[in-house]
Ligand binder design. Structure first.
Ligand code: PLP
Length: 396
């Protein structure tokens, strides 16, 4: 067999610490390596494989679309793009859509939109308040928006116009608001930054503050959207409506797509102010439409709530059994387990050996983002493996 890690080190930029596994095939919540070994996938492509791997609805949609029309320029109308835009608007509180190819691109569009809104409606205000521990992407503007020093430090000078304030503190947002502020941008649940849940009332206080100041609320639902937290969009559970919302990850169930959605009043782009060559092309939008339609028609968010609660309940039992588990937290099928010590790297490796893929969130925490279509049986199977690996850890 080819030595893929050697090929990687010779030809690929080493930007991510990979696990020693080359995945060649996937079906549902399972993937296989070259030798045919099976793994239960609770990483889900970092919350992307919402319907699991190669779901027939998505595979069929992209197969048919690939035989019909893969790409045209956005100078022309294409059917999948407009059908997906309609489906998103009809199932959210937003009115207008623009498609890009990734989360970072969706957030870039949201940032531009908020700045344009500031220029037109807020006397030139351009500053966006974001929170510490957030993650909004890897482009320069989204790195500046991301409230994590380790991601900002290597790339000075960063674009200006972003203020990173304490998460879960309405006081911090109020103090940072000036006449330059055009928007507040928040993940309803911070994903990459730790699966950090908003305190009761936080998001509605932020909404009220934005209303009071006439500034925009941007919700980054790139990780939390498309049913991940147990409702189609996480904002539904917090009694708030964003002015702008961004989506990506789970929207295409594995096919690259990003979207920015805005309320009518915030959809201020005019011709020529934004665009994309690939964004919203027929192939990606066919995948997005198939995914979103399946999620809606099959009541997937309610199933996510049920299975997510079961996962949390069973993890809480493990927490009782293994006192070095210090926290189990999450919403729907976005769940983190935190430990007293930095055991995540060895735990992830042990799980891998035993046929379970989990994500290292921090040195002392792991994250589960399995396909939204898993059942309690897969949860039992995953937790059985986790139980065994924790048993080994507890003896070390
Ligand atoms: C909340 C959030 N925003 C933005 C991004 C960036 O998305 P992408 O990697 O598709 O650019 C991510 C990716 O993890 C994310 O979780």
């Amino acid at each position: 067999m080819t030595d893929w890690p050697a090929l990687e080190s010779q030809y690929f930029m080493h930007v991510v610490e990979r696990l020693p596994l080359t995945i060649v095939r996937g079906k549902g919540a399972r993937v296989w390596d070259e030798a045919g070994k099976e793994y239960l996938d609770f990483v889900g492509g970092w919350a992307v494989n919402s319907l699991g791997h190669c779901h027939p609805a998505v595979t069929q949609a992209i197969t048919e679309q690939a035989q019909l029309l893969i790409h045209t320029s956005n100078q022309f109308y294409t059917v999948p793009q407009l059908r997906l835009a309609q489906l998103l608007v009809e199932n959210s509180c937003l009115d207008k859509v623009f498609f890009g190819n990734s989360g970072a691109e969706a957030n870039e569009a949201a940032i531009k939109l908020a700045r344009r809104y500031g220029q037109l409606k807020l006397d030139g205000a351009y500053e966006i308040i974001t929170t510490l521990g957030s993650f909004h992407g890897r482009t320069l503007a989204t790195v500046a928006a991301t409230g994590q020093e380790k991601m900002q430090k290597p790339f000075p000078p960063l674009p200006t116009g972003f203020v990173n304030v304490k998460y879960n503190s309405i006081g911090a947002i109020k103090s940072a608001t000036t006449k330059r502020t055009c928007a507040v941008m928040i993940e309803p649940v911070q994903g990459e930054g730790g699966v950090n849940l908003p305190d009761d009332g936080y998001l509605s206080e932020v909404r009220a503050w934005c209303d009071q100041k006439g500034i925009l609320l941007i919700l980054d639902e790139i990780q939390t959207g498309i049913g991940r937290t147990g409702t189609l969009f996480a904002y539904e559970q917090y009694g708030v409506e964003p002015d702008i919302m961004t989506l990506a990850k789970g929207l295409g169930s594995g096919v690259a797509i990003g979207a920015v959605l805005a309320k009518e009043k915030a959809a201020v782009f005019v011709t020529g102010e934004h665009g994309s060559t690939f964004g919203g092309n027929p192939l990606a939008c066919a995948a997005g439409y198939a995914t979103l339609k399946f999620v809606i028609d099959n009541g997937i968010p309610a199933k996510v709530r049920e299975v997510g609660e079961y996962l949390m309940q069973e993890l809480t039992k493990l927490k009782e059994k293994f006192p070095f588990i210090t926290d189990v937290r999450g919403k729907g099928l976005l769940v983190a387990v935190e430990f007293e010590n930095d055991i995540a790297p060895s735990l992830v490796m042990d799980c891998l050996e035993k046929g379970l893929l989990v994500n290292q969130l921090k040195p002392n925490a792991i994250r589960f983002m399995p396909p939204l279509v898993i059942g309690k049986k897969e949860v039992d199977e995953a937790l059985d493996i986790l139980d065994k690996t924790l048993g080994v850890e507890s003896k070390q």
